[in-house]
Write a protein that binds this ligand. Structure first.
Ligand SMILES: NC(=O)C1=CN([C@@H]2O[C@H](COP(=O)(O)OP(=O)(O)OC[C@H]3O[C@@H](n4cnc5c(N)ncnc54)[C@H](OP(=O)(O)O)[C@@H]3O)[C@@H](O)[C@H]2O)C=CC1
Ligand SMILES: O=CC(=O)O
Length: 325
């Protein structure tokens, strides 16, 4: 058994045992400043890397002369420099589909808890401030039968639209670079320009991957186009939003509230104004974070790694056209 895999995130024992049938496994439950030297030393002789979030760019690849495959345990792969990987002939895979339902549940939770001000009111009750009947100043806004705008109507966007349209009677609007007629038929959804979507809907949900095109695609100018009664939800990547612009828009009352699972910098800065705003619900990037779904994701990453090691077709290889210079 000559191949070596580094697993650099916590995974279930059954995932490790499966990998051990095919390669020597070096396991780091997590990477810390204390174990980075050991990680880099193992990296020199490693063929496959399995984990998530780690920035895999030229500087890391220079330390990995034998690397042949990166099995990312997330659907988003903005942590990978695909150009650098391709120029070295390194294959990459991600974990699409298996997390759609769980992430859509999280997003719906964010929509409901932001609209109905749940975290704020839970705290109010726990603080012992519920002394009389609730007055209007604590009311939220309805979700059912409102207009939901999805920017990035892909796999997760469609799973969200399913809940919103059939479960909550919401009207669906979406913006992608390309139209999807099947989505339009299935959810009676309306395709719009970004500006039209922002002006029309009650809830804007951002779900694009982070790319050069989508970086800071939502800034003050875009928030200003939303209705002052509208709510912004971000479950894509923090960097798709200009966070300063979002803070300013919330402070100026340009939008009603925001529900966030992702931030420009993670973990989010403890002093970020977002954390002290009552109308902002802040989750710690838990889109896919259930035991069942994380097991499915890491097992799929392991299956991708094993497919590479056994010369089989890689189930969810990342295949994108790269820019040529
Ligand atoms: N918060 C969390 O824990 C999680 C976050 N995510 C994030 O969600 C993202 C989406 O995942 P998934 O649904 O599987 O991805 P998909 O690739 O299935 O969907 C992405 C959608 O975004 C659209 N899109 C891409 N670029 C643009 C653009 N420039 N402008 C407008 N629309 C665009 C695409 O349509 P078109 O090509 O037609 O433009 C596509 O419909 C991931 O990349 C990840 O960053 C995912 C899982 C969990
Ligand atoms: O953020 C999570 C992912 O799978 O992407």
């Amino acid at each position: 058994m000559s191949e070596k895999i580094i697993v650099y995130r916590k995974v279930d024992e059954q995932v490790l045992n499966y990998l051990r049938e095919y390669a020597e496994v070096v396991y780091f439950e997590k990477l810390t400043p204390e174990n980075m030297d050991e990680f880099y030393s193992e990296l020199e002789t490693t063929t496959v890397l399995l984990g998530s979030l780690l920035k895999i760019d030229e500087s890391l690849l220079n330390k990995a002369p034998n690397l042949k495959m990166v099995a990312n345990s997330s659907v988003g792969y903005d942590n990978l420099d695909l150009q650098a990987l391709k120029s070295r002939g390194i294959i990459a895979s991600n974990t699409p589909e298996v997390l759609n339902e769980t992430v859509a549940d999280t997003i719906f939770g964010l929509i409901l808890s932001t609209a109905r001000r749940m975290p704020e009111l839970v705290q109010w009750v726990k603080n012992g401030e519920w002394n009389e009947n609730l007055t209007e100043e604590y009311f939220g806004v309805d979700v059912h039968h409102k207009k939901l705008g999805i920017i990035g109507m892909g796999r997760i966007g469609q799973t969200l639209a399913q809940r919103a349209h059939f479960g909550f009677g919401m009207d669906i609007y979406y913006h992608n670079r390309s139209r999807n007629l099947e989505v339009e038929e299935r959810f009676n959804a309306t395709f719009c320009s970004l500006d039209d979507l922002l002006q029309e809907v009650d809830f804007v949900c951002l779900l694009t991957p982070l790319t050069k095109e989508t970086e800071k695609m939502m800034g003050y100018e875009q928030f200003k186009k939303m209705k002052p009664s509208a709510i912004f939800i971000n479950a894509s990547r923090g960097k798709t939003v200009d966070e300063e612009g979002l803070i300013q828009a919330l402070q100026d009352g340009e939008i009603l509230a925001a529900g966030l699972d992702v931030y420009e910098k993670e973990p989010v800065d403890k002093n970020s104004p977002l954390l002290s705003m009552k109308n902002v619900v802040t989750l710690p990037h838990i889109g896919s974070a259930t035991s069942e779904t994380r097991l499915k994701m890491t097992m799929l990453a392991a299956q991708n790694a094993v497919a590479y090691l056994t010369g089989k077709e890689i189930p969810t290889e990342i295949k994108v056209k790269l820019e040529t210079h």
